[in-house]
Design a protein around this ligand. Structure first.
Ligand SMILES: C[S@@+](CC[C@H](N)C(=O)[O-])C[C@H]1O[C@@H](n2cnc3c(N)ncnc32)[C@H](O)[C@@H]1O
Length: 175
């Protein structure tokens, strides 16, 4: 039987992925990242921790997600670049077409978990997932989660938690 597959998009320094992979040795993990320094850091951690269940894909998730050969049980998208300037918003990762790619790659009952400190982006992501029609919002319709039990904070998340900055968590289940 195929092992479950979980994917983190934009893993940064990779700490979240390493901890998730340690907690679930029977699950395969893939990290997708376009930042070479992050990839090198995660490669070193994989060697130090002897984490045999993590693979790395270097490249743009917008091109990689539509080509995934296996169904995915969970996507993690932690603090995607917010592109705060209005004229740059079109560069954001989460757009209706990405929501559709994620849905097509998920197994039924699979999840997408997202986190951001950026209220405007949180609201935009919420609207796109709610509008898709193929997801249930696990926080309740048009709601955010305030926390996710048992979660290892990412590098950005640790920084914001220390500063008391609000983090918006979003979690959707594919129908
Ligand atoms: C703000 S950082 C957050 C890093 C990490 N998730 C964290 O929470 O500490 C966003 C990360 O997403 C990566 N990224 C941005 N766009 C991407 C894309 N299209 N495909 C893959 N990675 C991407 C960036 O290189 C960067 O490492």
């Amino acid at each position: 039987m195929q092992r479950p597959l979980k994917i983190e998009i934009g893993f940064g320094n990779g700490i979240f992925l390493i901890e998730a992979a340690k907690k679930e040795p029977e699950t395969d993990f893939i990290g997708i990242e376009i930042y070479r320094t992050g990839i090198k850091k995660l490669q070193r951690k994989i060697e130090t921790e002897d984490a045999k269940n993590i693979r790395i894909i270097y490249g743009d998730a917008k091109e990689i997600i539509p080509q995934l050969p296996q169904k995915v049980s969970e996507f993690f998208i932690n603090f995607p670049d917010p592109w705060p300037k209005k004229r740059h918003r079109k560069r954001r990762l989460i757009k209706p077409n990405m929501v559709d790619f994620l849905h097509n790659s998920l197994e039924s009952g699979g999840k997408v978990t997202l986190a951001t400190d950026f209220a405007d982006y949180a609201g935009e992501m919420l609207l796109y997932f709610e509008a898709h029609g193929g997801f249930v919002n696990l926080a309740g319709r048009m709601q955010f989660l305030n926390q996710i039990e048992g979660r290892t904070p990412t590098k950005y998340e640790k920084k914001y938690l220390v500063q008391g900055i609000r983090i918006y968590y979003l979690q959707f289940e594919a129908l």
